[in-house]
Design a protein around this ligand. Sequence first.
Ligand code: FDA
Length: 313
Amino acid sequence: MLHVPGAAELLRTSLLHMSDSKTLAGWFTRNPAGRHLSERFVAGETLDSAIAAVRELNAGGIRASLDHLGEAVTNPAEAMKAADSYLVILDRLRETGVNSNVSLKLTQMGLDVSQMLCLENLLRVLDKAREVGNFVRIDMESSRHTEDTLRIFEHVWGRGYTNCGIVLQAYLYRTERDVEWAIELGCRVRLCKGAYAEPPSIAFPEKRDVDANYVRLARRLLDGGNFPAMATHDLRIIRQVAGWRPDPNSFEFQMLYGVRPDLQRQLVTLGWGMRAYVPFGSDWYAYFMRRLAERPANLLFFLSQLVHPNGQS
Ligand code: FDA
């Protein structure tokens, strides 16, 4: 059936396309209002500020996953620098003893430059994580990278690097198969809905179908998976998952830093495991645009702040 996008979907898709623009990235990241607003979703530009945010979360019983923002790297030196930054982060996590693992993107490790470079960088990070007894989550990016990401993951897993996990996106038709593959492998999966603009030929165009698929896949992962992570802020889905009465030690909920912090705390109070995804760094534009695209109210707030930076109307 022909899918005709509504206004909200057109807005979401436009914002996601804008997230790829280097020109807009430069403008936004220099704009004081942009920088100020990014603080809602980004735990500062330095590792120190990110560690401070993790300490605060930990004090409330929330674990963390640190993401040093960056993606779509096109130059080998930059990719190596990104991997180096994760070595520093992992050392700092050990020194400080805070409860946090790390999340990274393969295009940040150089996937768009060459698979070999990406693999070498990833292995350096995995070796360091192994040395300090920590865990690396490989984020999932747009469908252009899905297959490569899963094959690289499978490769390192086969080489004995079981200190890493993958992310699968409920909006892709293929994910049902990928969930079975991950269960077979025995690896940890973070299940999310998916944050990129994808065509209806490969992804459910209707939100209600994405949500229904999320619930199906969540059930399958809770029944057969290895410590899955339910990454969503969707209260309806969270209630459904909790209603299945899974063992709280067999999985965790995950949410993004700055999104529904009230709900994050509430779930901890109820005895559920909770991990917040904590991004930091100066390369926040694309991440920030995806957060705007997820919720039109964020965009309205952002635009009002650009016009009236001090909140005067
Ligand atoms: P949905 O979009 O239906 O939102 C449900 C409710 O949550 C909203 O009504 C609103 O109240 C709140 N909400 C959601 N997003 C918000 C926002 N930006 N601002 C304010 N409120 C918001 N995606 C991906 O493609 N690859 C990845 O690797 C990851 N990794 C990842 C890690 C973690 C820990 C999380 C929580 C999410 C991701 N995502 C991701 C993003 C994910 O795919 C998805 O885009 C967002 O989580 C939004 O979807 P929800 O499941 O929250 O539901």
